[in-house]
Design a protein around this ligand. Structure first.
Ligand SMILES: Cc1ncc(COP(=O)(O)O)c(C=O)c1O
Length: 385
């Protein structure tokens, strides 16, 4: 089977892991953790970085650090991996789910401006921003950089400023990407999260990180994720979390970071080859690649406009029979059992996208021979044109 996206571990991973074993630094304290944080901060254009056990735990602690509380609403796109929304629920809050833009598959900023204007008000007594229909406080915006494409951050930051809302970015797959030539961790958000899950362009075998330019936010986040311990005498001044990354994970992460640019470039090449190869097939469209950004093309694939869900499912089965790991992509959050009651906008764009996507093999070490085989099989299945 040609896999969808597997790690590329041909660098110094084994060497660095051996260093951890030899030194006995295998847990959350160790030199690789600090080195990893410095490497990610530098690569993402941010001043501070704090590494965590996972992207999901990073998002949870970032939302708490941004002041999200029980029963609040957090604005988020419905089209995302479920972890973005679960992190909101872990705070005891609810998502306010938004449709995405067809241009970038990230939160629709026109819709966001419109709904903030027409569906919220300021409570007279204390100035709190309230979602009028539910009476809940709106306490943050959580944009997602879908597929490693930065969302429209200028517009989002402007709205966040106007409505006094913190911004916590889920940039899980967007390390190494750029928005208007600025690296994706330096775009003015309060907190930006990257994931190092095994399917990401660079992995730590699991893990996450928060980057920020604000020293106080970095300090609070580090404190909260390190059990909120004060000093050496088992004093804890808040409800903290054991969410830090281990030196073992960071060792793998450091070795991977040494190849970040090469890996992102490989992803771009793979996406470019698919886009070119399928460009003449009627009803088949590439994944978005907006001009304002340099996307990381985390996943490659195609959008098939002229087939129904059953036909698309059959196509995936036939590709799998041919030894190609072709898959669907995220099912929107408003269709997921725990979140069907969450407030939401109309969802035309994301429901269409979800039903029309096939993801295709795009590991950074995918060979030209394997990619050509995938291309031939897909073209044959789609009847060439
Ligand atoms: C968009 C998005 N958000 C959040 C996550 C969660 O990250 P992690 O798996 O590191 O917890 C992922 C991927 O795994 C993701 O793709």
């Amino acid at each position: 089977m040609i896999p969808l996206a597997v790690p590329n571990l041909a660098g110094r991973e084994a060497e660095y892991l051996q260093e951890c074993i030899t030194s006995t630094f295998v847990s959350t304290v160790g030199p690789f953790v600090t080195r990893f944080e410095e490497m990610v901060a530098a690569a993402s254009g941010a001043k501070y970085a704090v590494a965590t056990s996972a992207g999901t735990t990073a998002l949870h602690a970032a939302l708490l650090s941004a002041g999200v509380g029980r029963d609040d609403l957090v604005i988020a796109p419905s089209f995302t991996f479920i972890a973005s929304i679960a992190a909101i629920a872990h705070c005891g809050a609810l998502p306010w789910l938004f449709d995405v833009s067809a241009e970038n598959w990230s939160i629709d900023v026109g819709l966001l401006a419109n709904k903030l204007d027409t569906e919220t008000h300021r409570r007279r007594a204390d100035g709190t921003l309230v979602h009028t229909e539910t009476g809940r406080r709106v306490s943050a915006i959580l944009p997602v950089f879908t597929l490693g494409i930065p969302a429209q951050m200028d517009e989002i930051n402007e709205l966040a400023k106007a409505y006094h809302l913190p911004v916590v970015v889920d940039a899980a797959a967007a390390l190494g990407t750029f928005y208007k030539e600025r690296p994706s961790g330096g775009l003015g958000a309060d907190f930006t999260m990257f994931s190092f899950n095994g399917n990401k362009t660079v992995t730590a075998g699991g893990g996450g990180i928060i980057v920020t330019d604000d020293p106080e936010k970095a300090r609070l986040f580090r404190h909260l994720t390190t059990t909120a311990r004060v000093g050496a005498d088992y004093d804890h001044d808040m409800v903290g979390y054991n969410y830090r990354m281990t030196n073992l994970q960071a060792a793998v992460g450091c070795a991977q970071m040494e190849n970040l640019e090469r890996f992102v470039e490989a992803k771009r090449q793979i996406a470019g080859r698919y886009d070119e190869a399928f460009s003449d097939i009627i009803g088949v469209e590439p994944f978005p690649d907006p001009d304002y950004a340099l996307s990381g093309h985390w996943f490659s694939g195609i959008v098939i406009r002229n087939r129904d869900a059953q036909q698309l499912g059959d196509l995936r089965v036939r590709l799998r029979e041919a030894g190609i790991d072709a898959r669907p992509f995220w099912k929107p959050a408003h269709l997921q059992a725990p979140y069907t009651g969450a407030p939401k906008t109309e969802m035309t764009v994301c429901e269409n996208i979800w039903q029309q996507i096939i993801t295709l093999p795009c590991s950074t070490a995918l060979t030209a021979t394997d990619q050509n085989y995938v291309i031939d099989c897909v073209r044959r299945q789609l009847g060439n044109r």
